[in-house]
Design a protein around this ligand. Structure first.
Ligand code: NAP
Length: 498
């Protein structure tokens, strides 16, 4: 058996899952590059007050590490981060992680990948796994005068933990999932709270029940109960949301009815009208959670839907000339999406650059690999079903698929493997044909939409992703022997023994 050298880019939930997968297969020769100082990826970066996950805890976890201790049906952010850190520790991953280390370039050098970090260090690998997340680079709109604001100002994913909020005048710009969660958390404590809305969002009410000591004991005592709960919540969410986004039917009608009924929590008819979207629920990413609309019953909490004109030292000036004075402005304005592992510069066979290949829009073979980039596998890559499925489920499916190839390499079946152009083109043609039937194309602007005008999403039932990656279709892959590969391996083996 050959020993593969594997680079993983990112120590978030997918990178940790991949590292654990390698460790369980007895492979220790891997390095995880992490640009932040800690583990958790999005759950490390996002540390804003009131952060919750709106996917049920029992299916937002690794299948191989069921957690009996979730405190609620929907977990608070810090609990998810602690869980991912614990799984990393349980698999002894920290010793394989280079923290505060950003990968700059990944270049194919005849027989292997050379990974170069921003500090100039290089290391060679046989496989590269990208696990860099989908919502990473923050997006701050270029509002005139933004820099001149005299108070505290930061993006929701770059939270300044020492910022005082209690008794302060706070503005949140943006009404996505983050803006909603911030409103619930800061609305009750600020002396004045204003939510700046450009586009109203549909909000699906959720009740976040706590799990008591009995539930935790049962889960600890009977691990199969946790596995059963995983399957149960997976079926519930994929059978409703996962289907509603791809086709019309009772699931779509039910979600729409719940969102519309929820609006009646808003007592003031004028405010209700201003907060009612003019597109279908689910076209933009659904905002989910209870207790949001209720915040606007407080005399200190208000919605500002007059467009922002500019920002000046004392606060935000709207198009009607009104100055909204603030102590703190939070940009809950989302992320630059459809970038995946970019801006890492990948240079593949024949000098092909991933940035060029992905212009205007990233595409992959069945979400996991790109022709011309041998032995590179992507977790949460282009068109992954993140609109229809838990990210843990997706990345575990992809990690298992990558692992299958790594094991084939260990057995010496090939030196390099990459999907063919023909298979990749056929997959993306089918994908493009199916996308217009989905909810994301029904007339709204959202971060799902790519530069080609199509949603960068998965247009089929979530199960189909796992089916497509259950076994590689060998005719879709090009496996090669590389001159010099065996000699290098043998030399390293001898060196390692001497
Ligand atoms: P987002 O959904 O992209 O929302 C950004 C918000 O900022 C939108 O309301 C947008 O308005 C607004 N905005 C952008 N530029 C603006 C400008 N110049 N002036 C005024 N408003 C502006 O970002 P997010 O809320 O951070 O959420 C991103 C994604 O993260 C979510 O869709 C979800 O997938 C994930 N998330 C998940 C959870 C969870 O519980 N699982 C929690 C938080 C986030 P427009 O709508 O008009 O563009």
């Amino acid at each position: 058996m050959r020993t593969p050298r594997v680079a993983i880019i990112g120590a978030g939930q997918s990178g940790v899952g991949m590292g654990a997968r390698l460790r369980r297969a007895g492979i220790d020769t891997f390095r995880i590059y992490e640009m932040r100082a800690g583990i958790g990826g999005t759950w490390h970066a996002n540390a804003y007050p009131g952060l919750f996950c709106d996917v049920p805890s029992r299916s937002y976890q690794y299948k191989f590490a069921p957690n009996p201790d979730w405190s609620r049906l929907f977990s608070p952010g810090p609990e998810i981060r602690a869980y991912i850190e614990q799984v990393a520790r349980d698999h002894d991953l920290p010793r394989n992680i280079s923290f505060d280390t950003e990968v700059e370039t990944v270049t194919w050098r005849d027989t292997e990948w050379e990974v170069r970090t921003t500090t100039g260090d290089t290391e060679a690998f046989d496989f590269v796994i990208t696990a860099a997340g989908a919502l990473v680079r923050t997006r701050t709109p270029a509002i005139e005068g933004l820099e001149s604001f005299a108070g505290r100002r930061f993006h929701s994913a770059e939270w300044e933990q020492d910022a005082e909020l209690a008794g302060k005048r706070v503005a949140v710009i943006g009404t996505g999932s983050t803006g909603m969660q911030l409103t619930r958390a800061i609305g009750p404590i600020a002396s004045k709270f204003e939510l700046f809305q450009r586009t109203p969002q549909w909000v699906l009410p959720l009740i976040n029940i706590p799990y008591g000591p009995v539930a935790k004991r049962i889960m600890r005592r009977f691990p199969f109960a946790n596995q059963f709960a995983y399957r149960f919540w997976q079926r519930v969410t994929e059978g409703t949301f996962g289907v509603a986004v791809i086709k019309a039917g009772w699931q779509r009608r039910l979600i729409a009815a719940l969102c519309r009924a929820h609006l009646h929590v808003i007592r003031d008819p004028d405010l209700r009208r201003r907060m009612t979207p003019d597109y279908l629920p689910g076209c933009k990413r659904l905002v989910m959670g209870g207790g949001f609309y209720q915040q606007f019953r407080r005399s200190t909490v208000s919605l500002v839907d007059t467009p922002i004109d500019r920002i000046e030292p004392r606060g935000i000036v709207t198009a009607d000339g009104v100055l909204h004075e603030q102590d703190v402005i939070v940009m809950a304005t989302g992320f630059s999406t459809n970038r995946y592992v970019l801006p890492v510069e990948f240079v593949g066979l024949g000098g092909t650059r991933l940035t060029d290949r992905w212009n205007p829009q990233p595409e992959a073979y069945r979400t996991v690999a790109v022709p011309g980039f041998p032995n590179v596998f992507m977790l949460i890559g282009p068109h992954s079903p993140f609109g229809n499925q838990s990210l843990f489920t997706i990345s575990e499916t992809q990690a298992d698929f990558a692992m299958g190839w790594i094991e084939g390499w260990q057995r010496g079946e090939f030196d390099t493997v990459a999907p063919t152009e023909a298979a990749t083109e056929a997959f993306n043609r089918d994908l493009r044909d199916a996308l217009p039937g989905t909810i994301w194309t029904t007339g709204c602007d959202s971060w799902y939409i790519g530069a080609d005008g199509l949603p960068a999403m998965w247009p089929w039932p979530p199960d189909r992703h796992a089916e497509m990656l259950a076994q590689p279709e060998l005719g879709h892959w090009s496996m090669e022997r590389v001159n010099g590969h065996e000699q290098r391996q043998r030399a390293e083996h001898v060196e390692g023994r001497s």
